[in-house]
Design a protein around this ligand. Structure first.
Ligand code: SF4
Length: 61
């Protein structure tokens, strides 16, 4: 995504299991490497995490 990932758009590097295809590779964006998830972000399950991310994307759209 040479122009960056717009809010609300699924990253092209997410695979079918919602794993990053660039994990561990030098081509992974710096922002993604430096992001340190906090318990507030992850919650107890993926439903919480995806809802949290959706809210972040909405308020930064
Ligand atoms: S970590 Fe970054 S590059 Fe990897 S899937 Fe998520 S947004 Fe895309």
């Amino acid at each position: 995504m040479p122009d960056g990932k717009p809010a609300g758009v699924r990253c092209v590097h997410l695979d079918a299991n919602n794993a990053c295809e660039l994990f561990g590779l030098p081509s992974r964006p710096r922002f993604c490497i430096e992001l340190r998830p906090e318990p507030e972000m992850c919650g107890e399950d993926s439903t919480h995490a995806l809802s949290y991310l959706a809210n972040l994307e909405e308020i930064t759209r």
